[in-house]
Write a protein that binds this ligand. Sequence first.
Ligand code: AMP
Length: 585
Amino acid sequence: MEFRVLAETFDRLERTSARLELMDILASLLARADASNVDKIIYLLQGRVAAPYTGIELGIGEKLAIQAIARAFGVNADEVERLYKELGDLGSVAERLAGNKKQMTLFSQPLTVERVYDNFYRIATASGSGSQELKLRLLIDLLNDAEPLEARYIVRIPLGKLRLGVGDATILEALAIARTGSREFKERLERAYNLCSDLGYVAKVLYEKGPEAIQNFKIVVGIPIRPALAQRAQSAEEIVSRLGTCAAEAKYDGFRCQIHKKGDKVWIFSRRLENMTNMFPEIIEGTLKQFDAEEAIFEGEAIAYNEETGEFYPFQMTIQRKRKYGIKEAAEEYPLKLFAFDLIYADGVDYTPKPYKERRAELEKRIKKGDVLDLSEKVIVSTAEDLEKFFESCVERGLEGIVAKDLNAPYIAGARKWAWIKLKRSYRGELSDTLDVVIVGYYKGRGKRSQFGLGGILVAVYDKDEDTFRTIAKVGSGFTEEQLVEMKKILDEIAVPHRPARVVSFLEPDVWVEPKYVITVTADEITRSPNHTAGWDGKRGYALRFPRIVGWIRSDKAPEDATTVQEVVEMYKQQRTVITGDENA
Ligand code: AMP
């Protein structure tokens, strides 16, 4: 496929503010793709060259891009910088300069998707001495043959500035439409995606081998599966009335780890399925020593603890371990323990369809005593009183709460279902749980705040059914002055000129941003309001009363991992029951 087709599609996607149109544009692009290029097209749409779990990240610095543009178009770097100041984006600079170039079509070869992808892949994987020069040459090679619109994206993609706002669910739906003519097939594709976390690969299998191959998709050790997620409850009574006799496990507040083992090789994937293997050497060693299987996939929560006292550290300490450098020192200062809580695969057996009690029994058999791996604490309860007691004992010990598990439920990859229900400690006057919301815009701030350039943010929750982000609050509290400044800087990097197509909002912030960052907020209450679109029923949506941020941007969550509209409705109802309960008392 000619790269021009992709560049034109990017341009159209960038311009639209309507989700349906976004879907049409994508589906017609994918209808033109074939088995040889569909994976590449999908990666490029997401500004990538491979699935996130591979750790292959495409990225170049602005300096390199400026040099490449200067050399490709025969101008000096100062001129590129000047244009950058004027236009505000290096992609537009390249587009302008490519437009000025004369006789460019005389010897140039039209760019294909394959060639652009190959060069980007080589840029992403170049390392060692001479890699900067190689990246520069690969970029210049593309720019030499680029038409103006193509040049815009050839620069934006590796800079990470492609702001198309297409998420995984949108792509899955577009693939279903493009290949089968209806949305129905999306569910099957989603299942395959949940088992391999690689959209490009799922698309390739669909195009190459057809729909049956998607039905028969299998788990592979070394390729992460998308994690099962928990619903939330307001009380022990609610959990027991839903599940009856169930398991209750301590809820540790650390990193979720999905660990894969094959012989003496170990992989560790985060909740977002990034490859974190190198960050946690003690977990690799612990797995090799303590996990009894030739091949396995299991899950647990890693948490830093004080070796002297055996106490768990709060999340802020554990997060210190998420780093690329100084790993050895950090591992000595904040050693991790891993509390295993589920088994996905072991020695040829896919455990995901088996009930929790069987998975857990097998997990218990396979973990040997040792320093790093342990089983999550678990009790079986039949009454709300017993569950409450266990919950209280967890909270007293500084844990976050509990996760109750349906004894008979399978492992449901990539979905938030009632098979797991969390109950977290709550604070007086606050909601029983925080919300993870997506930042979709910001306000410049008046009065005292105008000096920071940011007075508050507009935030949204995720509507899973329609794959959109619907606003729920304007948040201005909870920020320190430094955070206001930092937040503005971060958001300016992802600013977009109009409301992104997947954002549904009545409010118009001063600056719109690509829905990218998730931040945790709390509030006094969830209320109904005509100003926000979350859960809109034609008259009112849901809103947060006195929202404030707690913590900072959650790098472990993608926008689609944010709290959903459906959960907000559930939280609102639970809050009502609690209030009504009080009134009756
Ligand atoms: P949340 O992130 O608040 O939705 O809570 C769900 C998360 O709790 C999971 O993704 C795990 O990272 C974490 N967690 C901690 N302990 C457990 C446990 N025993 N079982 C399942 N998840 C747990």
